[in-house]
Design a protein around this ligand. Structure first.
Ligand code: URA
Length: 236
């Protein structure tokens, strides 16, 4: 991370002092947001516009990963565990959009496009996140309705979701439930089930927006095509 005025100056656009003046005058936007703070830190994948002109054009990359279990959703790990970024061959500084738990598998987007990340993670945007949860016990229609209407997590109600039971296995006394949510709160699915008295034994994200896992085995990934990137942008 570097100070914004330093990055502007390093791009050759203007001097550092002039860059500071431009920031204070509200002429600088980072990932679509006007920045007035001189100390703001940015990294190489942030889009920096000065007077409406992009000064640090980066080649953007977009990957869809089928995240395996026991991989951490982060760019680095202080315990030296494998991260999702380690699984992808690139020289770009990509990072995950949102987060899947260490033991959760499935669809995860990675990119170096800060603007798209902001769009996708903004709470007002209705990006579908489709999860398949294996839970302990038999779950009834009423409980699914409760989940759909919203439950309290940290005293804040979850927004409307969709839930349906796909299977009940008598032998193991476990149910498979599809849950479609639009938020991305910490451990949201596990905590939603916990709120109605169920334990999640296994969790997989089957789809993120319109991106599903077709053709991707666990640990495999692919680049998004330009059409898919455009479609993600249109979710704004
Ligand atoms: N909800 C969870 O509880 N865990 C995840 O990894 C994703 C959603």
């Amino acid at each position: 991370m570097e100070r914004l005025q330093k990055v502007i100056a390093a791009s050759g656009y203007t001097s550092r002092r002039k860059a500071e003046e431009l920031i204070l005058a509200g002429k600088v936007r980072v990932n679509g947001k006007t920045i007035y703070e001189l100390g703001t830190k940015v990294n190489e994948s942030d889009d920096i516009f000065v007077d409406g002109k992009l000064i640090n054009k980066q080649i953007k990359e977009y990957y869809l990963l089928n995240k395996p279990r026991n991989v951490i959703t982060s760019t680095t790990d202080d315990k030296n565990r494998e991260t999702v970024v380690d699984l992808i061959k690139t020289t770009k500084r990509i990072y995950p959009v949102g987060r899947l738990d260490y033991d959760t598998t499935g669809a995860l987007l990675l990119t170096n496009d800060g603007e798209l990340t902001n769009i996708l993670t903004h709470p007002s945007n209705n990006v579908d996140k489709v999860y398949i949860a294996k839970i302990k016990g038999l779950i009834g229609k009423d409980q699914l309705k409760t989940l759909e209407r919203g439950v309290l997590i940290d005293n804040v109600k979850t927004s409307r979701s969709k839930a349906r039971i796909m299977k009940y296995d008598k032998k193991t006394d476990s149910s498979i439930v599809e849950l479609i949510i639009h938020e991305g709160r910490n451990h949201q699915v596990k905590r939603m089930f916990e709120a109605i008295g169920y334990e999640v034994l296994k969790l997989k994200r089957e789809r993120y927006a319109f991106l599903d896992l077709t053709g991707l085995k666990s640990g495999e990934y692919r680049k998004l095509n330009p059409k898919e990137v455009k479609k993600l942008y249109s979710l704004k």
